[in-house]
Design a binder for this molecule. Structure first.
Ligand SMILES: Cc1ncc(C[n+]2csc(CCOP(=O)(O)OP(=O)(O)O)c2C)c(N)n1
Ligand code: SF4
Length: 278
């Protein structure tokens, strides 16, 4: 009698690339990377079936640090690239990742329309309320009174509210996580990836270099005191009235993802020309 070989379960280690991250010691993005890899392992995915797509920024370095397929594109265009990829290759798990500058400033318009389109991918924003890579300029989520050499006295500008904007624009899954809770973050990512449609996970990820006071986030975050809802009005009230530190899944809807047909016969330019001949 022969015993069939049983494949060992995949571990987070299998998603860890040989490249050593060059983030500053203590940067929250290290834990986000660990949570992403853990989530892939819990879901029993394989690196060759995943694409991690990013823009530019410290956080956007993440594709290089996984063994998955990766695309480190241009600033603010991660969602455009990731959406196109998922539409062309619906068989892949697509994770788009980056920072608050990348996603909400230069990429803000893509963010709105990715929520609206509801293509089946997961978007992770490592939000540190600052442009880390370019040395500390304020971002859309920077507090109006944050005083720095580059914004003396603060910007005085109202902050962008990514979660409620995502809800209004049509995202199907909305959650907030904290990098200092890697297991909780991994669980939220598992749920986000499993949920069909556009899943948005905002991860508070401290920039210890330009916002050292964010180390204190660990004492400010708390589990959201309410269960996830599928009612957008309740979710909006919840998100609008919290102080930005409630962690958990805040909204989970049931919108059908957008997926146009793929694999259609390509048209030759001469056929197209013939269609338009009067
Ligand atoms: C078109 C373009 N404009 C500006 C830049 C410069 N730039 C690179 S990263 C970045 C901001 C990064 O901030 P964020 O996305 O919050 O990521 P973090 O570095 O904080 O992780 C900027 C403005 C660029 N690379 N390309
Ligand atoms: S500058 Fe900030 S965001 Fe960039 S690696 Fe350093 S701590 Fe992280």
């Amino acid at each position: 009698m022969t015993t069939a070989a049983v494949a060992a379960p995949i571990t987070a280690q299998a998603f860890k690339a040989d490249y050593k991250p060059i983030w500053c010691p203590g940067c929250g993005d290290y834990s986000v990377l660990a949570s992403v890899n853990k989530a892939f392992a819990i879901l029993e995915l394989r690196p060759e079936n995943i694409a991690v797509v990013s823009g530019i920024g410290c956080s956007s370095r993440i594709p290089a640090y996984t063994t998955c397929y990766g695309f480190h594109g241009v600033h603010g265009r991660a969602l455009a690239a990731g959406t196109g990829l998922k539409v062309a290759r619906p068989d892949l798990t697509v994770l788009v990742a980056g920072g608050d500058g990348d996603g909400y400033s230069i990429g803000g318009n893509h963010f709105l329309h990715a929520c609206r389109r509801n293509v089946d991918l997961t978007y992770v924003v490592m939000d540190n309320h600052v442009y880390g890579m370019t040395k500390g300029q304020p971002s859309p989520t920077t507090e109006p009174d944050w005083d720095s050499k580059l914004s003396p006295g603060g910007t005085g500008l109202r902050t962008f509210h990514p979660l409620v904007i995502a809800l209004a624009a049509g995202a199907n899954f909305i959650a907030r996580a904290f990098s200092g809770d890697p297991n909780g973050t991994a669980q939220i990512l598992v749920e986000a990836i499993r949920t069909p449609g556009f899943s948005f996970v905002e991860i508070l990820s401290p920039c210890v270099t330009f916002r050292p006071e964010q180390r204190d986030w660990k004492s400010q975050v708390r589990p959201a005191p309410v269960a996830p809802t599928d009612d957008p009005a309740r979710a909006a009230r919840r998100i609008m009235t919290d102080d930005g530190f409630n962690i958990g899944v805040l909204y989970k809807g049931a919108r059908k993802p957008y997926q146009p047909p793929v694999g259609m016969d390509a048209k030759r330019p001469t056929d197209l020309e013939a269609e338009f001949t009067i």
